[in-house]
Design a binder for this molecule. Structure first.
Ligand SMILES: NC(=O)c1ccc[n+]([C@@H]2O[C@H](COP(=O)([O-])OP(=O)(O)OC[C@H]3O[C@@H](n4cnc5c(N)ncnc54)[C@H](OP(=O)(O)O)[C@@H]3O)[C@@H](O)[C@H]2O)c1
Length: 240
């Protein structure tokens, strides 16, 4: 089992379907987790769902911090708070993101998906890279999507934003190589969770990766053991 017990992670999108699985996986592997949340009530619901692995008020293993990952000042403040609490940030998992379909000529949709799928990751990374560079260690893992690989009808904004995230990952990885920091992405296909099951009742969800299967790949890329992987975008296609 990966040992992340001395690690501290910042996670965006922690309140989502994948987020809950990734946060739980980190906590059970010993990581201290700071969840950047937009909605305090969702953050508290996440904490309650985790039970004992979230730690105690004397020894919190999970900090739920209100911070919008598109806002630089909020993310800088979150980073300062995490450094005060745990003295380090080893890992950033950029999970925040949305899927929306719409015509290629919809510039409003393009802007919305850019903000949610790209700007969140870039802003959170800018804040976390400062302490990572100062210590000479870091793991950044972002969630793109298999849909990044090709455009399609009503998919321009999503495909563009998720492929931009891969190009950003490659570029950032090239900038930090040799500094003890790696920057990678995963590209899951449709993840098996209740929202997708409800939206695609005729599909066979057994073919899709479970949130835990996606979380396992993210955890590996977040570990010291993944030092040899930098600038990669790993498809997670499960049984599709
Ligand atoms: N679900 C899939 O089948 C699938 C497939 C491939 C890739 N992905 C990617 O995997 C990631 C997680 O997906 P999911 O299924 O867990 O989605 P989800 O359940 O809808 O959760 C999305 C999370 O991202 C946050 N978020 C969205 N837009 C944001 C913004 N502009 N600023 C800050 N936070 C924002 C949400 O925060 P709030 O709770 O505040 O809304 C929530 O925590 C996303 O990046 C998604 O694109 C998902």
């Amino acid at each position: 089992m990966l040992d992340l017990s001395s690690h501290a992670a910042v996670i965006t999108g922690a309140t989502g379907n994948l987020g809950a699985a990734v946060v739980r996986a980190h906590l059970t592997h010993g990581t201290h987790v700071a969840a950047a949340v937009r909605d305090a009530a969702k953050g508290e619901a996440l904490r309650s769902s985790l039970g004992d692995v979230a730690g105690t008020s004397e020894d919190p293993r999970l900090l739920v911090i209100e911070a919008d990952p598109t806002e630089a000042r909020a993310m800088d403040a979150l980073v300062e708070r995490v450094l005060r609490a745990w003295g380090r940030i080893d890992i950033l998992n950029n999970l925040a993101g949305i899927f929306k379909a719409g015509p290629a000529a919809d510039s409003g949709l393009m802007r919305e998906l850019w903000d949610s799928n790209v700007l969140t990751a870039v802003t959170a990374s800018a804040a976390c890279l400062r302490p990572m560079r100062a210590r000479g260690y870091g793991r950044i893992v972002s969630v793109s999507a298999i849909g990044a690989q090709k455009g399609g009808r009503n998919n321009a904004a999503y495909a563009m934003s998720k492929s931009a995230l891969v190009r950003w990952t490659e570029s950032c990885a090239a900038e930090v190589k040799g500094e003890g920091i790696t920057v990678n992405a995963v590209m899951p296909t449709t993840i098996d969770h209740p929202v997708n099951r409800a939206q695609m009742p005729k599909a066979d969800p057994k073919l899709w990766p479970s949130p835990d299967e996606v979380a396992n790949v993210i955890l590996f890329l977040s570990s010291r053991e993944a030092s040899g992987v930098n600038g990669a975008a790993i498809p997670i296609t499960a049984r599709t």
